[in-house]
Design a protein around this ligand. Structure first.
Ligand code: NAP
Ligand code: G4F
Length: 337
């Protein structure tokens, strides 16, 4: 069975991808950062004792800023597939940390690609590109839409996107960049707007909180369900020809609409609880992201299935459940979510 190397395995997407690949029989190596507190909550249900006979989830220490370590790991593991999901993935934070965001999200990809070229050039490489790269380009956006990024995060991702394409063209490597629109789940980080809203709904419902402070309610996004998107990543690496693909639902809603639906799901009136705090506004905003995933549907037979209302409801329900049962941030979600 194949061997995969996942960077960012402790993140939302990394955890779902690890589940998917393990279920397909892969041996999965996951890169984790040394941390003084545990950062493996999203994959704790997948943990295996190294002494298990079927020990296929192997966590290794490293960092996207440490090229020598990435090189040594790839030389040792010689994976068949590499999924580069590691990133400083928060757009607003990237305005505060532009240098380290570029180091991890842009140069980190070059470090990885260069190591792949040197030690395992036949490996198939997936780069986690982002719809943020489209920035101010009018919607709907597809693979041919001009990219006009609006944040240090998006600019770093665009560098990585072009670098991935360049390694494909220059060295004939199987290297692709998935241009993924926003995808969410009960495992979404708590500072992204969807999860920030659904966690607050649960806390307000329980009487533990009264107000939720947000930024731009008019921003519109194309929100899908994360497990479906990691399936799309895998399909990109199984295709006969390496190509870049958009993954999206094609449906667009505002932050306000997300909040309205989420509060209503719990029987709450959003207008009584939401306040605007300018600290959550961005120096430059991306107003509308709406993807056209026709190429992925045609070539990969990939199509988003979970619609907006279902997504909001399942996220609210998971956070209500967690709140009611006094569970930690990801404990309630288990294998199902
Ligand atoms: P996430 O939950 O924020 O996870 C990010 C992962 O990157 C975590 O495992 C994190 O480790 C790791 N990481 C951060 N800095 C690192 C470093 N210097 N070295 C090694 N690992 C590092 O993000 P996500 O939502 O799963 O997204 C996965 C990827 O897809 C990211 O590259 C993101 O930019 C991209 N993307 C996401 C979306 C989306 O809507 N979710 C859409 C388009 C593209 P820790 O747990 O230790 O922090
Ligand atoms: O949830 P967000 O922080 O996600 P954003 O900026 O769209 O980025 C996410 O999706 C990208 C793909 O398009 C990924 F590449 C990236 O890694 C990340 O996963 O914000 C969504 C919208 C923004 O317009 C933001 O201004 O919600 C608006 N918003 C309004 N109030 C807020 C808030 N965002 C956050 N995080 N917190 C707020 O209080």
């Amino acid at each position: 069975m194949p061997t995969a190397f996942i960077t960012g395995i402790t993140g939302q997407d990394g955890s779902y991808l690890a589940e998917l690949l393990l279920s397909k029989g892969y041996t999965v190596y996951g890169l984790i950062r040394r941390s003084s507190t545990f950062n493996t909550a999203r994959i704790s249900h997948l943990y295996q004792d190294p002494h298990d006979a079927d020990y296929r989830l192997r966590l290794v220490y490293g960092d996207m800023t440490d090229g020598a370590r990435l090189h040594a790991l790839l030389a040792e593991i010689k994976p068949d597939e590499i999924y580069n999901l590691a990133a400083q993935a928060h757009v607003k934070v990237s305005f505060e940390t532009p240098e380290s965001t570029g180091d991890i999200d842009a140069l980190g990809v070059t470090r990885l690609l260069e190591s792949v070229r040197e030690v395992c050039p036949k490996a198939r490489f997936y780069q986690a590109g982002s719809s943020e790269m489209f920035g101010s380009s009018p919607a709907p956006q597809n693979e041919d839409t001009p990219m006009l990024p609006r944040s240090p995060y998006a600019i770093a991702k665009l560098y990585a996107h072009h670098m991935t394409r360049n390694y494909r063209e220059a060295y004939g490597m199987y290297a692709v960049s998935g241009i993924l629109f926003n995808h969410e789940s009960p495992r979404r980080g708590a500072t992204f707007v969807t999860r920030k809203i659904t966690r607050a709904v649960a806390a307000i419902k329980a009487g533990a909180q009264d107000k939720l402070y947000l930024g731009n309610l008019d921003a519109r996004r194309d929100w899908g369900f994360a497990p479906e998107y990691v399936e799309g990543m895998w399909r990109m690496l199984q295709a006969a020809t390496p190509r870049d693909y958009v993954l999206a639902t094609g449906e667009v809603h505002s932050v306000r609409e997300f909040a309205q639906r989420a509060f209503a799901r719990a029987g709450l009136d959003w207008q009584k609880h939401i306040e605007i705090d300018p600290r959550y506004l961005r120096p430059t905003e991306v107003d509308v992201l709406q993807g056209d995933a026709a190429r992925a549907e045609h070539d990969l037979d990939w199509k988003a299935a979970t619609r907006f209302e279902q997504l909001v409801d399942l996220m609210v329900d998971a956070d209500l459940h967690a709140q009611q049962h006094g569970r930690g941030e990801f404990e309630a979600v288990g294998r199902h979510f």
